[in-house]
Design a protein around this ligand. Structure first.
Ligand code: AMP
Ligand code: ZN
Length: 500
């Protein structure tokens, strides 16, 4: 719960503000938080159910294969969200699950369970596969600077909770059984189409949605899948309906309810989950619990576009945190790169872009270490407006690119003493998560080029990506004054010393 040792446990208790004003001054810029809610399709003021407590649930990885870098985006933005809420004085409980059973190869309720299939093709047991990729995911999260979740429940350890929910659905008349299992009948929940603005009639008549023949409606979904006669599965359990395994959607309803209560504040996940997985979570939960809305705010991330590097799980080459390390890229460079785009916008992955982010991060670390080690007394009046800009960018639906632009403006503020710069960065790093308090100054020059100029060029690229053209022009002009010319090419930005 209050767990995270780096932050206060309720409104008024803060760290990072030992630079003055008053001991319990609220973090500037966090007076009001606003998030875009998928359900209402509006940016809405955040009002938790029972402040200062805030519960967040994130749909976690299906642990049948390594998680690619795209899969880490739905871990990164809730990490920033959680840090933001903690800085705003909330007592956050963060839950993200492990899907180790029930996630089928397709959304159509046929096809095999991803874990069973991986076991059949690799010769390892489903349990070994799940343990291996859970560990890898947890390690990758840490390398990317994500705080440890408060609870990481596994679906296969929550069978009783899932079966209990399905029984309640059955008692309330929301289910029907076919040879293959027990299904949720969407016609019994009139709000079913609301969450994702689905057209159920069109789904039924178009025939474009693949689905099991025996289902009454294409949108009906499996709650319990029966093991066919003569088959033995690695993961199967007895149930009131026969031996089998739970559907994927019910696990999140059961685990979120168990750890966060019958209603909770924030649910997050990838944008692809809106139409099926989250629509189904809402249907089951609202029917079992008699609540509406089940969740206060739904946040969904757009995809990281990996096509530029032609790597995906299905192609057999998985672009992971390890792939960065193998190329000598600090995983925190990927965290910096993540900050360069809004979570609700697609972001194109290239190694080059992450390398440029790494250069900018090294530059920031140099600035931070210099300021940190200088000591001295900060000037609260100088720090406050920069912090206000930084935190209010994040308070505005997690506008990470604007927050990053605010960081660079603060660092470059000519009126800032080193002590004020450090006071700013130490506070902002509560959300940035770059570990600036412990960071060591990077080695001077590893590349044979000029790291200072490389970093300024990367900084300008970051400013441009954040549409902070005033900052990007200023850097270009500063470099021009030193006789350095920036050259934008289709493959990236370089620099050269201008002739004469
Ligand atoms: P999976 O393990 O396939 O269930 O995916 C885990 C999470 O990653 C889900 O929340 C997906 O929505 C999300 N996801 C999958 N691919 C991407 C991507 N390229 N960019 C961002 N999120 C993704
Ligand atoms: Zn889920």
């Amino acid at each position: 719960m209050a767990g995270a040792s780096w932050a206060g446990s309720g409104p008024g208790e803060r760290i990072g503000h030992d630079w003055g004003v008053t001991a319990d001054a609220p973090t500037p810029g966090l007076e009001e938080l606003r998030f875009y809610d998928t359900r209402t399709r509006q940016v809405q003021r955040f009002e938790p159910l029972a402040p200062p407590a805030v519960g967040i649930y994130t749909c976690g990885p299906t642990v049948y294969a390594p998680q690619h870098l795209g899969n880490m985006r739905p871990q990164l933005y809730p990490d920033v969200l959680r840090r933001l809420l903690t800085a705003a004085g909330y007592d956050v409980t963060y839950v993200t699950n492990i899907t180790d059973v029930g996630h089928l190869v397709g959304d159509a309720d046929d096809g095999d369970d991803k874990l069973e299939q991986a076991a059949a093709t690799t010769g390892q047991t489903a349990a070994e596969i799940a343990a291996r990729y859970t560990e890898q995911w947890a390690t990758d999260r840490r390398l990317l600077g994500c705080l440890e979740p408060d609870v990481v429940p596994r679906a296969a350890s929550h069978l009783a909770e899932q079966i209990a929910m399905i029984r309640t659905l059955e008692e309330k008349g929301h289910t029907y059984a076919i040879d293959d299992g027990v299904y949720f009948d969407v016609s019994t929940f009139p709000r079913y189409a609301e969450f994702a603005h689905l057209d159920l009639d069109e789904m039924e008549t178009s025939g474009r949605i693949e689905h099991l023949e025996d289902k009454r409606h294409p949108a009906d979904f499996a709650l319990w899948k029966l093991t066919p006669p003569g088959v033995v599965r690695q993961q199967e359990w007895d149930s009131p309906w026969g031996r089998g395994f739970p559907g994927w959607h019910i696990e999140c309803s059961a685990m979120a309810t168990k750890y966060l209560g019958e209603r909770f504040d924030i649910h997050t996940g990838g944008i692809d989950h809106v139409r099926v997985h989250h629509t189904n979570e809402v249907a089951q939960s609202e029917c079992v619990l008699d609540v509406h809305p089940w969740v206060g705010t739904w946040l969904h991330n757009e995809f990281l576009d990996l096509k530029g590097e032609k790597i995906s799980k299905s192609a057999g080459h998985v672009l992971t945190v390890d792939s960065l390390v193998e190329r000598g890229i600090d995983p925190l460079a990927f965290r910096y790169f993540f900050f360069q785009a809004h979570y609700r916008q697609q972001q194109a992955f290239t190694f080059e872009a992450v390398e440029a982010a790494g250069t900018a991060l090294r530059r920031l670390v140099v600035k931070a270490v210099e300021a940190r080690d200088a000591g001295g007394e900060p000037d609260p009046a100088a720090v406050e407006p920069h912090l206000r800009r930084f935190w209010s960018a994040l308070a505005d639906d997690l506008n990470a690119p604007q927050a990053l632009a605010a960081v660079w403006d603060a660092v470059r503020d000519p009126g800032f003493s080193l002590a004020s710069r450090w006071a700013f960065l130490a506070d902002a790093d509560r959300a940035l998560g770059f570990g600036l308090a412990e960071a060591e100054a990077p080695d001077a020059d590893e590349s044979g080029s000029d790291p200072r100029i490389d970093a300024l060029v990367a900084e300008r690229q970051a400013a441009r990506a954040a549409k902070d053209f005033a900052a990007s022009d200023r850097i270009r002009d500063d470099l021009a004054a030193e006789g350095i010319e920036i050259v934008d090419t289709p493959t990236g930005t370089t620099w050269r010393r201008s002739a004469g």
